[in-house]
Design a protein around this ligand. Sequence first.
Ligand code: SF4
Length: 402
Amino acid sequence: MEVVDDAAGADVVVVNTCTVTREATKASRSAIRRAVRANPAATVVVAGCYAVSDPEEVQAIEGVDLLVGNDDKERFAEVLGVARILPPVMQIGGLRPPRLPFRVRANLKVQTGCDEWCTFCIIPTTRGPLRSLDEDRLIAEATDKVAAGARELVLTGVHLGKYTYDSGGDERSLIRLFRRLLDIEGVWRLRLSSILSQHLTDDVLSFMASESRMCRFLHVPLQAGDDDVLRAMHRPYDIAGFVDAIERAKEALPGLALATDIIVGFPTESDAAFEATLDVVRRVGFSKLHVFRYSPRPDTAAASMPDAVPPEVKKERSKRLIELGNEIRARFLNDHLHRPIEVLVEDERDIDGVTVCSGQTDDFVRVWFEGRGLLGAMVELEGHEVRADGIRGGRVLRVLRR
Ligand code: SF4
């Protein structure tokens, strides 16, 4: 089996869906319909949360051949080998994984499921309760990925900070996992995908501070800058706790970049509450904001709250927040200019006769530059110019590792 990016002519088309908001569900439905229309001869597989939350609705879409649950979606190659003899939404185990593709930055899913029940979120329903993956299996998987060329591992999970909490563990398990992963020969970087502020404990931060291969980047979801809204969202922290965690993280990890998610227009968000969100964003100085306009997701607790914020107000708040985020991000990106920066090269391709490399910095900035034969290398160069959400770099000053 060969994985192709372009669906045209593919035998199997996989549509990975999301249902985090009503808009996301709508977009998932359209993506499925487009895939069916564009590939009438292909087997169309629907994976992800929409396949789990509304299987009957998805199956009813003409042209859908198969549904795959979240726990199976990373094993398509195995699943598809037996797809035609299995019923929709399958449980499959004990099959050998496919040959790994070359990826300089590879994800490692260490945990899934969530038990927070935020009132706007369907994930605890679609992904189920907390489940952590076995540490030894993760080390084996990571070792395979590193052997296949990965230099940066990104730990992913719906609720990464609660790794092993489902079996009575605590943050020490996460730190032990970091340590064991960093012991694998060839791991140059370890990155966390997203972690809630209350899991940035002193022990986690001091481990990160002691290990230069832990990326100086954290994605810490805020969602709202007002305690009343956070309570209505059933978020497991308040603003004082969030800001305290961020301040400790910044102190422990100089140069730390911080990204976050924010929902605007949640049912209880007043003008003052929104101003408080702007204020927290200014104080923290997030390097990247992901702004979402609230829309009720059926079957969540918030869906029964009156959707009190009019669409035009949501739009205006979203615009102001995005502008503030862009302003802060521009300053952050500018800080990468005219000084040496380290880039792990993840891609190299010819564009109009020029070989362009791209990769990421430790603090998660994409950098493009001209160079050849550098895929998978760690290089040092100077940032020259801020470009569409990244940096254009100058010539390579040094190859640090390869
Ligand atoms: S922490 Fe909240 S928003 Fe995140 S997955 Fe769990 S329930 Fe959803």
